[in-house]
Design a protein around this ligand. Structure first.
Ligand code: GLU
Length: 367
């Protein structure tokens, strides 16, 4: 497998080696590996964590209350310092870098999504390595992606990358927790991310970073639906980036789904947090899953949450399990009124109409 566009996500634990400070020689080594692939004309994208940790170090580990404002201050100080390091280390290899700081708001709005994508693609066209982090200094809870695993999946989606490397302090996903169970074995390949696999990830969080195995699985799920192979591996493994890019089996690989989502659907899946849910009856569930149909008001049995027309919602089957995600053509208060109704009656009931479907099949992703 010859990968062409590679997103390398570097967790705080990788950049610090588990200490409270950046491990500069290791950063240089990671850059060396990226530079080698860059010379082979690959497009390299870095998704870096560490802003908060670096800010804390830079200010001499101040004893601050754990408030949002303080964390944002640490991120503001740390991000510029972190960027200075990436800039300096890539310069060794005569490679330019460009910083992009994103939040969820940059991908939930279609226009901003296209904008961010243009910037990213233009950097790559000009052989500049994008170095991306969440805009922690300003991102509030509502617009935050929250962890760089998911952020890197959004970046893979935006860039249409074919490989996402989630480098961390663990060698991959194990059959049990390797820290407590000596029989735990590394799982080399995962084809389906289901409840069993999620249970293996538990809630593990490592050191200074925000993410853990659970957020890595979420990220893997998003990125592989968008057409990227995803690999979770240890950032400290020798020559890890180059080996994985060369197709060697290292860590845990999640092969890309064969029919990657088309662009608009990627955006639906990656960009937006669902604002609400509708529950559908057996007939509607079957029409969606087996016949590729749109969701009609007639099949809706319940509506929860408050959402507007154009918002992303989840669609649940009669058993309450999410089957699909899509863009609502009617707001929640409209759907409350027209749930269970034949499409012909919608306009008479509401006094207006936006067409016969509640969620059009072109705006829908089956899960
Ligand atoms: N954006 C955060 C930072 O730079 C890291 C989030 C994470 O660890 O996933 O500190």
């Amino acid at each position: 497998m010859a990968y062409q566009r590679i997103v390398v996500k570097l967790g705080t634990s990788v950049l610090t080696g588990g200490t409270p400070k950046l491990d500069h020689p290791h950063m240089v080594e990671l850059v060396r590996q990226c530079a080698e692939l860059y010379r082979q004309r690959k497009d390299m994208i870095i998704c870096t964590s560490g802003a908060i940790a670096v800010g804390r170090h830079r200010l001499g580990f101040p004893d601050l209350p754990n408030t949002v404002a303080n964390k944002q201050m640490l991120a503001a100080v740390g991000q510029s310092r972190l960027m200075q390091m990436w800039e300096r280390y890539f310069e060794i290899y005569d490679i330019h870098v460009g910083q992009m700081l994103l939040t969820r708001a940059d991908v939930t709005n279609r226009k901003r999504y296209l904008n961010a994508r243009d910037t990213l693609l233009t950097l790559l066209e000009n052989r500049i390595v994008p170095v991306i982090n969440e805009n922690d200094a300003v991102a509030t809870e509502e617009i935050k992606v929250g962890d760089n695993d998911n952020l890197s999946a959004l970046v893979s989606t935006l860039a249409e990358a074919d490989l996402l490397l989630l480098l961390t302090d663990q060698p991959g996903l194990f059959t049990a927790d390797p820290r407590t169970n000596p029989d735990a074995e590394l799982i080399p390949e995962v084809h389906k991310i289901d409840e069993t696999v999620r249970a293996l990830a538990g809630g593990s969080v490592s050191g200074l970073g925000v993410g853990g195995m659970a957020t890595k699985l979420q990220a893997a799920d998003v990125a592989r639906r968008a057409g990227a192979d995803v690999v979770i591996a240890a950032g400290s493994a020798p020559n890890v980036i180059a080996r994985i890019a060369g197709g060697e089996s290292v860590g845990t690989r999640f092969p890309a789904l064969e029919n990657p989502l088309e662009n608009r659907k990627r955006w639906i899946f990656a960009g937006r947090k669902p604002q609400g849910c509708v529950q559908v009856d057996v007939g509607a569930a079957r029409a969606l899953l087996e016949n590729g149909r749109s969701l009609l008001p007639a099949g809706i049995t319940a509506v929860s949450g408050t959402f507007n027309r154009g918002d992303s919602i989840c669609i649940e089957g009669p058993d309450g399990k999410e089957l699909a995600r899509g863009i609502a053509r009617y707001a929640s208060n409209d759907l409350q009124q027209i749930a269970g109704m034949h499409s012909d009656q919608v306009e008479a009931k509401l006094g207006y109409g936006y067409g016969p479907v509640a969620v059009h099949r072109n705006d829908l992703i089956l899960l």
